[in-house]
Design a protein around this ligand. Structure first.
Ligand code: SF4
Length: 371
């Protein structure tokens, strides 16, 4: 087994409701609702779909006092920690703090007078909630645009430090910071610079990354690169797609780097003319059928004996394609043969059985360690 070379940058641990961010806490996955916040039912349903996909934290935009009230109702109906996304209006921040927000996404430098900033920080302190400072290349302050000519890593850093200094002066340290851009290099540059300046947790993201496929690639390159350098404590994949897809992709990035596990880690060959069954069709069916599983497990499904045994030996369950019967490995050992034309049903049964075994073993371990 290759040792994971990623050494996470030490950061301060803060809390977003029941989820810790930074320090030794697992890198959390966030997403954001795109429903009308005032449509409470639709927003709750969307948050629930994201929760089913494993989301750790959800962000909800709160553009008005009416939306703040709706936020309060949403808060009562979901258990996922919620970040209220607010721009400029400190009264909305105060309202959602009362309504049970777990984190405020608000930039202190944009709130207005010192008094208003102090009120928001006092409310955050009073309710034990954190703040996210979110700097975005698309909305960089005019003077910084003029000074740097265009958004650069240094410009994003300077903007972030202005907001950070305000919270530091108020002795408020329960915050995380993002410096997002839609360009891969700019995003990486900004986060690298910021990580050298502060020890607060960093919220990673490529903003306006684009549509599903290209946005996924951009995010995987920029966020994957930063995560490999140990930078990043929480992240959101921003796609013009359903929020639950953002969650799944976020987990796939973390899973590919061995930083988090969530459900099945599929290992499959790309298939070729040697395949003994239709690998692509079988994998598509399995991905759909096993989507609900959160227990971490490696499943290897390989089209023929060329690479099948090697991969199967490393997986919890491994299949080596052959006709008419394929060979099953369990925990790296040859186990039994199954009908190749029944692969999807057979594999699903085996995976669900294995999940049961793992969960039972976990429960026994918990009982043992608590007695
Ligand atoms: S494992 Fe076999 S079927 Fe799959 S790509 Fe390799 S040679 Fe082709």
């Amino acid at each position: 087994m290759i040792e994971n070379p990623i050494k996470r940058r030490p950061t301060r641990k803060i809390r977003v409701g029941s989820v810790y961010v930074g320090g030794d806490a697992p890198i959390s996955i966030q997403s954001m609702t795109n429903t009308e916040t005032c449509d409470v039912d639709a927003t709750v349903a969307q948050i629930q779909r994201c929760a089913d996909a494993g989301v750790d934290i959800m962000r909800v935009s709160v553009p008005s006092m009416e939306a703040a009230e709706a936020f309060g109702k949403i808060r009562q109906r979901v258990s996922v920690p919620l970040v209220a996304d607010i721009h400029f209006d400190h009264r909305i921040a105060l309202a959602v703090a009362d309504y049970g927000a777990d984190c405020l996404r608000i930039n202190p430098g944009n709130i207005g007078s010192d008094q208003k900033v102090r009120e928001v920080v006092a409310a955050a302190r009073h309710h034990g909630i954190s703040i996210r400072i979110g700097v975005n290349a698309g909305s960089l302050e005019k003077d910084l645009q003029k000074k740097y000519g265009e958004p650069t890593g240094a410009a994003l850093l300077e903007s972030a430090m202005r907001h950070i200094d305000i919270l530091d002066r108020l002795d408020f340290h329960e915050f995380k910071v993002s410096v997002k851009a839609s360009n891969v290099f700019l995003t990486m540059d900004a986060y690298r610079l910021l990580s050298q300046q502060i020890d607060n947790p960093l919220h990673l993201g490529v903003t306006e990354a684009g549509i599903y496929r290209t946005g996924t690639v951009k995010s995987a390159i920029a966020l994957g690169g930063l995560l490999m350098e140990g930078i990043g404590d929480t992240m959101r994949i921003s796609l013009a797609a359903e929020p639950e897809d953002e969650v799944k992709i976020g987990f796939d990035i973390l899973k590919s780097l061995g930083l988090r596990s969530n459900g099945i880690n599929f290992i499959a060959c790309p298939s070729c003319s040697r395949q003994e069954f239709n690998v692509i069709k079988v994998m598509q069916a399995l991905e759909e059928r096993l989507e609900d599983i959160r227990t971490p497990m490696d499943l290897s499904v390989i089209g023929c004996k060329v690479n099948g045994p090697g991969e199967a030996k490393e997986a919890d369950i491994g299949i080596v394609g052959a006709s008419p019967r394929s060979l099953v490995y369990r925990n790296g050992e040859k186990s039994h043969l199954i009908d190749t034309d029944q692969l999807v049903d057979e594999i699903e049964d085996m995976v669900r059985q294995r999940v049961k075994e793992i969960e039972e073993a976990k429960s026994k371990e918990i009982i043992r360690s608590s007695s």
